[in-house]
Design a protein around this ligand. Structure first.
Ligand code: NDP
Ligand code: MG
Length: 396
C-alpha cells in the first residue's frame, strides 16, 4: 500500500486548521499531518501534536519553541519544533510534503504560502489575503512551478466544482459568462443603519450560518469578506471584476454559481461546513467522506436571493474599486482592513469606522505597479502606516 499523503497545515490551531485535521483524522490510510503551526494558542498546538504526531511543529519565537519542545519530549513525541516565518517556509516547501493547507489568517500567510507554491506543492488555499495582496505574482508562481491550486474558500471551491472539468489542469474558463458569488449578508443584514455605530465585536463575530475565526467573521459582517472574495475569484478563475456578481443568499446553502453563455447556470449546494470544501480539495479529483451530514432540502424549504446594498456595506464598494484599479490597490485595501478590523476587535473603533479607515487610506495613496514581492510589502506597509495614523489622529 502506498504511504499516506504528507500534509502541512499552516494555521492548524484556527478554525480551518481544526476542520482540516478533523477530515485528515477520518482517513489515516490516505493522509498524515506532517507539520502543524500555531501562533498564540500553543497549548492547543501541543494537544494537536499529541493527537496527530506530526514530524514538525512551528511557533513564532524561540522561547515558545523551547517550552513546546520540552512538553513534546515529556509526552514521548519526537516532533521537532521550528521557529518563525523561516520555519513556516521550511515546512511549506519540505520535499517530503505532498500538500499544504494555507490557513494562516491575513498577510502573515503570504510568504509561507508562496514558498509552498514555488516548491510545486498541491496548495489548499484558505488564506485569501495572500492572493488578494499579490494576485499577479502568485498566479505567475503557480504557473511557473506547476503547482495545483485548489480553493478552500467555500464560494471558490463551489465555483471550482462548477467550472469545466479540466479547469484545474490549466484549461481556461471557456464559455463562462458570469460568476455569481453568494453571500449570507452576515449578522447585520437587517440591523437598522443607526444601530450599526453601536454594534460590538461579539455581535459582529456571531455569524448566522458559519463558525469562523474572529477576523473573517468581522469581514463577513462588513462584507469586506465578499470584496476580498471578488478579487480572489478574478485571480483564480481568470475573470474581470465586472463578470463577478455578488448575490445575497441568507440561507448559505448555495455556495456560488457559474453562468455559462448557453444559459446554463451550475450551482454547488451543501450544509455550511468547511469540511466539505476541505475534503473536496484534499481528495480532488476523487471524493471522500468529510463528516458533514447530508443536506436536508425539506428542512431548508426555501432559498432567497437579494442584491447587496452598498450603502449598508461600503466595504464591498471599496473592494470592487480596488479590484478594478488592480496593481497596489488590493494589497492596500487588505492591509488597511487588517488594521481597522484589529482596532475594532480591540474596542478602539466603531464598526462603521472600519470602512472610513479603509476609504481614507486608499484615497491618500496613489495606486502603483507591483512587479515584485517587495513592492507588495511596501504597499502593505504604507497602508498600515496610514491606517495607524488615522487611529492616532482620532485619538484611538
Ligand atoms: P483563525 O483566526 O481561526 O485561525 C488563524 C490561524 O492563523 C491560527 O492558527 C493562528 O494561530 C494563525 N495565525 C494568526 N496570526 C498569525 C501570524 N501572524 N503568523 C502565523 N500564524 C498566525 O482563522 P480562520 O481559520 O477562520 O481563517 C484562516 C484563513 O482562512 C483566513 O485567511 C480566512 O480568510 C480563510 N477562510 C476561513 C474560513 C472559515 O470558515 N473559517 C472560510 C474561508 C476562508 P493561533 O490560533 O495559534 O494564534
Ligand atoms: Mg468564503
Amino acid at each position: 500500500m502506498s504511504r499516506p499523503q504528507q500534509i502541512t497545515v499552516l494555521g492548524s490551531t484556527g478554525s480551518i486548521g481544526l476542520s482540516t485535521l478533523d477530515v485528515i483524522a477520518r482517513h489515516p490510510e490516505r493522509y498524515q499531518a506532517y507539520a502543524l503551526s500555531g501562533f498564540t494558542r500553543l497549548s492547543e498546538l501541543l494537544a494537536l501534536c499529541v493527537r496527530h504526531t506530526p514530524r514538525f511543529a512551528v511557533v513564532p519565537e524561540a522561547g515558545a519553541a523551547r517550552s513546546l519542545q520540552d512538553d513534546l519530549r515529556a509526552a514521548g513525541l519526537s516532533t521537532r519544533v521550528l521557529v518563525g516565518e523561516e520555519g513556516l517556509c521550511q515546512v511549506a516547501a519540505d520535499p517530503e510534503v505532498d500538500a499544504v493547507m494555507a490557513a494562516i489568517v491575513g498577510a502573515a500567510g503570504l510568504r509561507p504560502t508562496l514558498a509552498a507554491v514555488e516548491a510545486g506543492k498541491k496548495i489548499l488555499l484558505a488564506n485569501k489575503e495572500a492572493l488578494v495582496m499579490s494576485g499577479a505574482l502568485f498566479m505567475q508562481a503557480v504557473r511557473k512551478s506547476g503547482s495545483v491550486l485548489l480553493p478552500i474558500d467555500s464560494e471558490h471551491n463551489a465555483i471550482f466544482q462548477c467550472m469545466p472539468v479540466d479547469f484545474a489542469r490549466g484549461l481556461s474558463s471557456v464559455g463562462v459568462r458570469r460568476i455569481l458569488l453568494t453571500a449570507s449578508g452576515g449578522p447585520f443584514r437587517q440591523t437598522p443603519m443607526a444601530e450599526l455605530a453601536h454594534v460590538s465585536p461579539e455581535q459582529a463575530c456571531a455569524h448566522p450560518n458559519w463558525s469562523m475565526g474572529r477576523k473573517i467573521s468581522v469581514d463577513s459582517a462588513s462584507m469586506m469578506n465578499k470584496g476580498l472574495e471578488l478579487i480572489e475569484a478574478c485571480w483564480l478563475f481568470d475573470a474581470k471584476p465586472s463578470q463577478v456578481e455578488v448575490v445575497i443568499h441568507p440561507q448559505s446553502v448555495i455556495h456560488s454559481l457559474v453562468d455559462y453563455i448557453d444559459g446554463s447556470v451550475l450551482a454547488q449546494l451543501g450544509n455550511p461546513d468547511m469540511r466539505t470544501p476541505i475534503a473536496n480539495a484534499l481528495a480532488w479529483p476523487e471524493r471522500i467522506d468529510s463528516g458533514v451530514p447530508p443536506l436536508d432540502l425539506f428542512a431548508i424549504a426555501r432559498l432567497d436571493f437579494q442584491a447587496p446594498d452598498e450603502e449598508r456595506f461600503p466595504c464591498l464598494r471599496l473592494a470592487r474599486l480596488a479590484a478594478e484599479a488592480g496593481n497596489s490597490a488590493p494589497a492596500m485595501l487588505n492591509a488597511a482592513n487588517e488594521v481597522a478590523v484589529a482596532a475594532f476587535l480591540d474596542g478602539r473603533v466603531r464598526y462603521p469606522e472600519i470602512a472610513s479607515i479603509i476609504e481614507e487610506t486608499l484615497n491618500l495613496e496613489p495606486v502603483v505597479a507591483v512587479d515584485d514581492l517587495e513592492a507588495v510589502f511596501t504597499a502593505d506597509a504604507k497602508a498600515r502606516l496610514l491606517a495607524e495614523q488615522w487611529l492616532s489622529r482620532h485619538g484611538r
